[in-house]
Design a protein around this ligand. Structure first.
Ligand code: ARG
Length: 564
């Protein structure tokens, strides 16, 4: 039950304010002896021409609702104490009935939402920043689907542009066929880095790069063949990572996909009188909006990144008629997206307002910014493997007898990294620290997963309990009530996360549930409960908690483990 909404609807029959507005006014008091919810009557004083204290008194007399065990007037506040027994029964029964669907709803029925994430560059290593967009986007994708939207996951691959002319030239001159077969990305990176080194000595190589890209754009057989091979090999490598991370996409339409769709957009920009010449290049002037011009065509006639993004946005609108078009891309590209969205708006398309850039911060180890150009880079596969190996060490120490250790280490180790990414406001930078993120205590993935496994182990010991005839009035301790209250919040938390486009709200929620569960578990012995009835009620509380943890973790891209 959504108590805030319920309180608003009770009040609305007594006062002259809409339910929506009332709902926004309902507060959660700082101390539990002031009730579970409070309504401040100040805002009614004017329209009712009475002191808020009096209004609180009067309303208190009028409210009769057995969802509350009492309603008190406390100065200008109306304090609501929920009927714990009803709350506990309803919440646990709902969770156990809805199972994997608990927390979901149909808010987004009939709405298409595009979530663009990952968008890695082919022929280059997938780096820690790409893992950030991949996991953020994966979570948003799942959250939207969970609330009834039809999410479309697009991996807008960086697979077009002059750099592929350079790569083709480099590979033709310095490439090693065997190495390409064996470790494609490393080999492509090697020749690409060599190209840059050589071009520093001999800048004419850059012209060679441009020439080969032009040949590729014109569909010249040799270039197309090589480029296709680079792309296929890259995707095969990426796919290994996607499998490890358990993420998927509905479309891989990347930059190359739009190579033949740009002319139409450029024409429209021109028709609308927005195209300006600037030192040979074609641009859309945006100085009125305090932005540098959006470059549409370079002086040599080549189209660029922004043009491809414009073409992509138009294609998406036409193909999916999106309700929202979300780009999960590093924060430092904010200007680029603002330019693109503004250009679409100036072209007269209202739907520019439905396009959103979801930015995120930097990822660092110690104090180094990671870049691929100089070959100074952390390979993601190595990072994931390291997390798994380190987790395996910890398991070997803590629980050497555990079956299928490797599988558990994979889920927990990779989960720990994913959890670290999604734990804080996405705009914040992340500094990786192994000890911190792999710790079984503190606010970590392993902590939440361990809590789940602990719950499973309790159930293995005490049995699965009963499905019916549970007397929930037996759950009358503070810890039990606090835990149930937390369990009741999942759907609301997802609403917030979707509204703010912040999966961290779900991650933090998982931590809160785990904490509340551990408090309950430390205070009450389930196996030796005071009576069989209490035991059965507690068993269901454990089952409900585990279900909520499973649902929450899955929405941020983690899988639970039975034992660890
Ligand atoms: N490929 C780019 C990169 O790795 C990100 C692409 C972002 N998406 C977009 N529609 N521009 O930096």
């Amino acid at each position: 039950m959504d108590y805030k909404n319920h309180i608003a609807s009770i009040l609305s029959s007594n006062v002259d304010i809409s339910i929506d507005e009332l709902e926004k006014l309902v507060e959660i008091p700082p101390k539990s002896d002031m009730g579970d919810y409070a309504f401040p009557c100040f805002s009614l004083a004017k329209s009712m021409r009475k002191a808020p204290q009096m209004i609180a008194q009067e309303l208190k007399e009028k409210i009769k609702d057995n969802n509350f065990e009492k309603v008190e007037a406390f100065g200008p506040y109306l304090n609501f104490f929920v009927n714990k027994e009803i709350l506990i029964k309803n919440t646990i029964e709902k969770i156990l009935k809805e199972k994997d669907l608990y927390g979901s709803n149909n808010d987004g029925d009939g709405k298409n939402v595009i979530v663009e994430y990952c968008s890695a560059n082919i022929a280059k290593p997938f780096h820690v920043g790409h893992l950030f967009t991949t996991m953020l986007g994966n979570s948003l994708y799942k959250l939207f689907n969970f609330h009834g939207y039809n999410a479309i996951g697009i991996n807008h691959l960086g697979d077009w542009g002059t750099q592929f002319g350079k790569l083709i030239y480099a590979y033709n001159n310095w490439g090693d066929e065997k190495a390409l077969e064996k470790e494609p990305i490393k080999e492509m990176l090697r020749v690409y880095v060599k190209f840059h080194d050589e071009a520093e000595k001999d800048p004419s190589l850059n012209d060679e790069g441009r020439r080969h890209f032009k040949l590729l754009e014109d569909g010249n057989e040799e270039e197309v063949k090589l480029w296709t091979r680079f792309r296929d090999l890259s995707l095969k490598e990426f796919d290994k990572l996607f499998k490890m991370l358990n993420v998927s996409f509905d479309s891989f339409a990347g930059e190359s996909f739009y190579s033949d769709k740009m002319d139409a957009v450029i024409e429209e920009i021109d028709e609308k009188g927005l195209l300006t010449d600037s030192q040979g290049a074609k641009v859309v002037m945006l100085d009125e909006y305090n932005m540098p011009p959006c470059i549409i065509k370079k002086a040599d006639g080549a189209t660029i990144y922004a043009t491809r993004d414009l073409a992509a946005a138009f294609y998406r609108k036409k193909t999916y008629d999106f309700y929202k078009n979300i780009y999960v891309v590093a924060k430092d590209q904010a200007l680029h997206f603002n330019q693109v969205f503004k250009t679409i708006e100036l072209m007269g398309h209202q739907w520019a307002n439905d396009c959103t850039h979801v930015g995120f911060g930097l990822v660092r180890f110690a104090d180094k910014k990671l870049s691929t150009r100089k070959g100074d880079v952390v390979f993601l596969e190595d990072l994931l493997n390291e997390a798994v190996a380190k987790t395996l060490e910890i398991i070997n120490e803590k629980n050497p007898e555990l079956e299928n250790k490797e599988e558990v280490a994979k889920k927990v180790g990779i989960g720990a990294i994913v959890f670290t990414y999604l734990k804080n406001n996405r705009e914040r930078d992340i500094v990786f620290n192994w000890d911190e993120m792999l710790s079984f205590e503190g606010e970590t993935g392993p902590y939440v997963q361990y809590t789940y496994a602990r719950g499973r182990s309790i159930l293995r010991k005490v049995g699965e309990g009963l499905d019916e005839n549970i007397d929930y009035s037996k759950l009358n301790s503070k810890e039990e009530f606090e835990l149930v209250k937390e369990l009741g919040n999942l759907e609301n938390v997802i609403n917030f996360a979707l509204d703010k486009l912040q999966p961290c709200m779900v991650t933090r929620y998982c931590i809160d549930v785990a904490k509340a569960f551990n408090k309950f578990y430390n205070a009450h012995n389930i196996a030796n409960s005071e009576s069989e009835e209490i035991k059965n009620a507690r068993i269901n509380l454990v089952k409900a908690t585990l279900q909520v943890l499973k649902n929450g973790l899955s929405l941020i891209g983690l899988e639970v483990v039975e034992k660890m």
